[in-house]
Write a protein that binds this ligand. Structure first.
Ligand code: FES
Length: 113
């Protein structure tokens, strides 16, 4: 299996993420709104997501990502930067589940993107 279902909490649409893709790449390829103010180079924290399922199949967070997450709002243990978290292998149950922090969703809506 080279892909997983990408489930976004509160969103009924069916997304997928391919092995080798970051969460942000998968989102952008499928019209899922996820902020990426710096263009995906780990220089902001607007692509912050919480990974609820399948976290063990994502690349590990590096120091740069940890530094950016330090600055992010509403950070939890399951927080990742969508542009840095890359799917390395398909999860056993075939699902990666993320939650986009509420303030981030609001920012997207208010920003009119
Ligand atoms: S898009 Fe800026 S850190 Fe991910």
């Amino acid at each position: 299996m080279t892909r997983a279902r990408l489930h976004v909490r509160g969103d009924d649409r069916a997304f997928t993420i391919e092995v080798g893709q970051t969460i942000l790449e998968a989102a952008m390829a499928q019209g899922l709104e996820l902020n990426h103010a710096c263009g995906g180079v780990c220089a902001c924290s607007t692509c912050h997501v919480k990974v609820k399922q399948g976290r063990e199949c994502l690349s590990e967070a590096g120091d740069d990502e940890m530094d950016q997450l330090d600055e992010a709002r509403d950070v939890a243990l399951d927080s990742r930067l969508g542009c840095q978290a890359r799917l390395l292998r398909a999860p056993k149950d075939g699902v990666v589940e993320i939650q986009i922090p509420a303030w981030n969703v609001n920012a997207v809506r208010e920003g009119g993107h």
